[in-house]
Design a protein around this ligand. Structure first.
Ligand code: SF4
Ligand code: SF4
Length: 441
């Protein structure tokens, strides 16, 4: 694609980067076939190719973008399905991230929208604040029908009951329960410890059982993805720097072989810290080093080798590959192979490459499109006949569970199969399942 940025514009590293991305697009349109919003709306401007044109025009012209351009970019899920499909290697992720930051800096949204976005960026990135908000939201849930606009959606999204706190509640070392092979840091993140503390508990048990020391580093927290995807670059960079500094202290101490992430949305973000901070001379090399260490939990378990299962489950599990897992990190085989070697019968979900509509804050900011994608995904899940759906991303878990699917994180199933407790929400078939034993944390 031809571009016509001025030399002055190209002096800006973000624009220079986007210029390079735009020039790799050959307008072939292959990406439109796998774009969820094009699938739903049939509008070229809600396809990757259409958005690429809009972003090119917006960035070339500079200044305040038209409301129509903002609308079509806002509708993008950042699912990155288009990147998997694109034969020319267009890095849509970095382009749309730049476009969102440009919109945030140059476009004045209605007051209610600005307040909502600020609220989300503030609350979702702070685990304690989020826990308080989730508790209050739970109380507001019965009043949801009386609330205006998106507040209604927000209140309905609050969990009906918060699970009890998990065992992995803060910084600390969780030592290996077998001869030690690795020492890793676990990113416990922002919303996951409140919504599903069982995930980090299961990840720690699983890793410890496989000879991995797990440390939760003091000072590490939200990865910054939610702020980043709303165009709030400064906030995202601050969160990234806090995490990098926290993990560097661990590296300087007893060392780290990997940084483990159990939410693939966060994993995509941490793996991109090197790019995010590439132009900051104090942080570029440090961020790149941390990104190299970042791994999804299934990558590490696959590398270590899963212990033989101690239950004969044979349960039928549909595997939902989160967009951030399959498109963002190109992790496709490890979770499926691990589930199969743990004794589960893994079924594929039709249209598995299409987003479920969760996409970070998308389900709050674009509730109608989000719901349509969720219902489509739920119908495809139902067609598998599976009783359990495994996935590796908290956003998909809460979004699809809200629609009635029995969502379990992949590590909870692997933990159960190799000696951990049966995950909540899975019925007891004790005539066919062995009895799991819980390791002490
Ligand atoms: S598939 Fe790639 S090259 Fe083709 S239009 Fe889409 S982004 Fe451009
Ligand atoms: S990121 Fe997803 S929603 Fe956005 S243009 Fe690409 S395929 Fe479409």
């Amino acid at each position: 694609m031809q571009t016509c940025f001025t030399d002055a514009q190209l002096a800006d590293p973000e624009t220079a980067s986007s210029n390079g991305i735009l020039r790799t697009c050959v307008h072939c349109g292959f990406c439109t076939a796998t774009c969820p919003t094009y699938l739903l709306l049939g509008d070229e401007l809600d396809s990757p190719r259409g958005r690429i044109y809009l972003m090119k025009e917006m960035l070339e012209e500079g200044g305040t973008p038209p409301a129509s351009t903002v609308k079509h970019i806002d509708r993008c899920l950042s699912c990155l399905s288009c990147m998997t499909t694109c034969p020319s290697g267009v890095n849509y992720m970095h382009l749309v991230d730049h476009a969102r930051a440009h919109i945030e800096d140059n476009y004045r949204r209605p007051l209610s929208e600005r307040l909502l976005r600020s609220l989300l960026a503030t609350v979702l990135s702070r685990p304690r604040l989020f826990r308080t908000a989730a508790t209050l939201g739970r109380l507001a849930r019965p009043m949801a029908p009386l609330l205006p606009g998106r507040l209604k959606g927000l209140a309905k999204m609050a969990p009906a009951a918060l699970p009890p706190r998990g065992k992995v509640t803060g910084p600390g070392l969780f030592p290996a329960q077998a001869p030690r092979s690795l020492r890793v840091a676990l990113l416990s993140g922002c919303v996951q410890p409140t919504l599903r503390p069982s995930i980090d508990d299961a990840a720690v048990r699983l890793l410890n059982r496989h000879g991995v020391d797990v440390v939760v580093a003091q000072g590490a927290g939200c990865c910054g993805a939610l702020a980043h995807h709303m165009g709030k670059s400064a906030a995202a960079k601050d969160l990234a720097k806090a995490n990098i500094a926290a993990w560097e202290r661990e590296i300087a101490g007893d060392g780290l072989d990997a940084i483990i992430v159990t939410a693939s949305g966060c994993g995509t973000m941490v793996k991109d810290y090197g790019f995010l901070l590439r132009d900051d001379p104090d942080w570029a090399d440090r961020a790149a080093r941390i990104s190299e260490l970042a791994k999804d939990v299934t990558e590490v378990v696959a590398a270590v080798g899963l212990l033989p299962p101690v239950i004969e489950s044979g349960r039928v599990v549909a595997y939902h590959s989160a967009c951030s897992m399959q498109h963002g990190q190109a992790i496709r085989t490890e979770p499926r192979a691990l589930l199969a070697s743990a004794g589960f019968s893994v079924r594929e979900i039709a249209e598995g490459h299409i987003c479920c509509g969760s996409a970070g804050t998308y389900s709050i900011l674009q509730p109608d499109l989000s719901r349509r994608l969720r219902d489509r995904k739920l119908a495809n899940i139902e067609a598998t006949g599976a009783e359990i759906v495994a996935t590796g991303n908290i956003g998909c878990i809460t979004h699809l569970a809200d629609g009635g699917a029995r969502m379990i994180h992949t590590v909870e199933l692997l933990d159960w199969a190799t000696g951990g407790p049966r995950p909540d929400g899975i019925e007891d078939h004790s005539e066919t399942d062995g009895v799991g034993t819980e390791l002490d944390l």
